[in-house]
Design a binder for this molecule. Structure first.
Ligand code: CDP
Ligand code: CDP
Length: 222
């Protein structure tokens, strides 16, 4: 198989990372969760008690820290932070950090470097538009806000920790910031295929995407 790049973008809770991981296993390529990288920097800023609104400080930290992936786990300066980056505090603050132009340049450079010599499925917000504009296949996954919030709510082990409406409003706010920022906003690439996952199971979406990937370039990439 020749080198293949697959881009998956879309709003929070659309199913990007769940589906990207399954697809990557099925077609035996690497998976890169670009959102985890912005989350890692956000976690670092919060943990070090730095001011989230001071761009120079955040840029300085983004240039210093080491973000690394091993077997789909994320490491910040050699410490595994898979759980830490999923906290609601990180989710609430990540869009403030990801809108900084220099931060995006640093992250995009790392992402392109990872993809330079290998096949990869990447998910995020700007993969089809900015990171991998020449990807072989581009998907834009979407779903209603109600179902996206419900999926995230279902993931919570202790549902008393957060009200459904609060969680839904946090997602609305984050999607709004992500799609209205000046640099690389969340946007469907012109050549991306939209899949609405609202009423579809994970298996259905995976199946649909595999069929599309298989048919690209006359079926010679799988
Ligand atoms: O999994 P979820 O959809 O909640 O978010 P994520 O993919 O982990 O991304 C977290 C945040 O990182 C997003 O809300 C964006 O602010 C930012 N992000 C981005 O700006 N560009 C990307 N390529 C990926 C994520
Ligand atoms: O990465 P993104 O924020 O787009 O979404 P995700 O974290 O992959 O998916 C959020 C939740 O929705 C996960 O618990 C998935 O298992 C679930 N999901 C689902 O129930 N049905 C789908 N068609 C896709 C995802």
């Amino acid at each position: 198989m020749e080198q293949i790049h697959i881009a998956i973008d879309g709003p929070a809770g659309a199913g990007k990372s769940t589906i990207a991981k399954i697809l990557a296993d099925k077609i035996e390529v690497d998976y890169l969760d670009t959102g985890a990288m912005y989350r890692a920097l956000t976690y670092h800023i919060i943990k070090c008690n730095l001011d989230i609104d001071k761009e120079e400080i955040i840029i300085n930290e983004a240039e210093k820290i080491d973000i690394n992936f091993v077997n789909n786990s994320i490491y910040l300066n050699n410490q595994n932070i898979d759980n830490e980056i999923r906290s609601s505090q990180v989710s609430k603050n990540v869009s403030t950090i990801s809108k900084i132009s220099r931060v995006r340049e640093i992250m995009v450079d790392k992402q392109r470097e990872i993809a330079r010599h290998k096949s990869v499925i990447m998910d995020g917000r700007d993969i089809g538009t900015v990171v991998l504009p020449n990807a072989n296949v581009k998907f834009y996954l979407d779903a209603s806000i109600e179902i996206r919030a419900q999926r995230r709510y279902n993931e919570l082990a202790n549902k008393r920790e957060v009200e459904f409406e609060d969680l839904k409003n946090d997602i609305i706010k984050r999607d709004d910031m992500d799609s209205k920022r000046d640099v690389s906003p969340l946007k469907k690439a012109n050549d991306a295929l939209i899949i609405d996952t609202t009423d579809k199971s994970i298996d259905q979406v995976v199946c649909e995407m595999i069929n599309i990937i298989s048919s690209v370039k006359g079926g010679d990439i799988l």
